[in-house]
Design a protein. Structure first.
Length: 293
């Protein structure tokens, strides 16, 4: 009887401890729904590890470019606890692109850069450079790897096939030669490097962006929201030269200061450890005015 009573007490206590434990957190997906056909899906599966970015067999991106020659993508990519961005489902997780002193691509000693390219986004005749396409991406600031906004940063862009120009740049920081533009903003610049639109950088919330390129009509249109709110158009379809084909890049290109030859020289701080968190990354076909909001 004594043993039975003791066993009952122990079992009751164990049950109480289990009940007292907080439930395991569940992944909370964004509420956005992708409505249009996806051309390139850069949303990262939850099971992926940084080393999966090193192989074409397991990465959604180019495993070799664009990065420092001494680095693998697994040295660059981090997976922070950042919550889900708007178009990330429970099967996706955000990722962070980082740069360091070794982020020197080829002989471009002025830049520090790490830029992802979608697999299948070829420099010529890419499906991403025809018709009407919308690139979606969400950004979240990392206070532990904060960008130095006294520099100019390219964060998402489309570079022409002959490397002579970018059809658009999505940027942050101090734009070289344009001191009138606020540093502490994300901004979209057209092919002529003119600001089309900007918004203040939020240090805590997800910020969601979409840029529609009409390659036939040569226009560009910007959409924006914060947190998990639906995207809204923040510009009309403005004229832009989208010719020249080429590829999208997603990541960080940090320009130097104190030089007129930004590619090859200039000042970059040492012991660099900067990064930015990306989510909800995909390119959709926006034929017939289709766009996911």
């Amino acid at each position: 009887m004594h043993h039975a009573t003791l066993l009952t007490v122990l079992l009751s206590a164990a049950a109480s401890l289990v009940e007292a434990r907080p439930p395991c957190p569940r992944a909370v997906a964004g509420t956005g729904t992708v409505k249009c056909p996806i051309t390139f899906d850069g949303r990262v599966p939850k099971a992926q590890e940084p080393t999966d970015f090193d192989s074409y067999a397991t990465s959604k991106f180019n495993a070799e470019y664009v990065k420092g020659k001494e680095l693998k993508w697994s040295d660059i990519i981090k997976f922070p606890e950042a919550g889900s961005a708007r178009f990330d489902t429970e099967e996706h997780k955000p990722f962070e692109v980082t740069i360091s002193d070794k982020s020197i691509f080829q002989t471009q000693n002025g830049f520090r850069r790490a830029g992802l390219q979608f697999q299948g986004d070829t420099n010529n005749n890419s499906p991403g450079s025809t018709g009407v396409k919308t690139i979606h991406f969400s950004l979240k600031w990392d206070a532990q790897r904060a960008l130095n906004l006294s520099h100019e940063y390219l964060l998402v862009w489309h570079e022409a096939a002959d490397y002579s120009a970018n059809q658009f740049n999505f940027e942050a920081g101090a734009i070289l030669g344009q001191s009138s533009l606020a540093r502490d903003t994300y901004k979209v610049l057209n092919r002529r490097n003119q600001q089309v639109w900007s918004t203040p950088i939020d240090r805590t919330a997800w910020q969601n962006f979409a840029i529609t390129l009409d390659f036939a009509k040569n226009t560009l249109q910007v959409y924006y929201s914060k947190g998990d709110e639906p995207l809204k158009s923040v510009t009309s379809a403005v004229s832009n030269d989208n010719s020249g084909q080429g590829q999208y890049q997603i990541g960080i290109l940090k320009k130097p200061t104190g030089t007129s030859d930004v590619v090859n020289s200039g000042f970059q701080s040492r012991n660099l450890n900067e990064g930015l968190v990306y989510g909800s990354l995909f390119l959709e076909d926006s034929a017939s005015s289709c766009i996911s909001l």
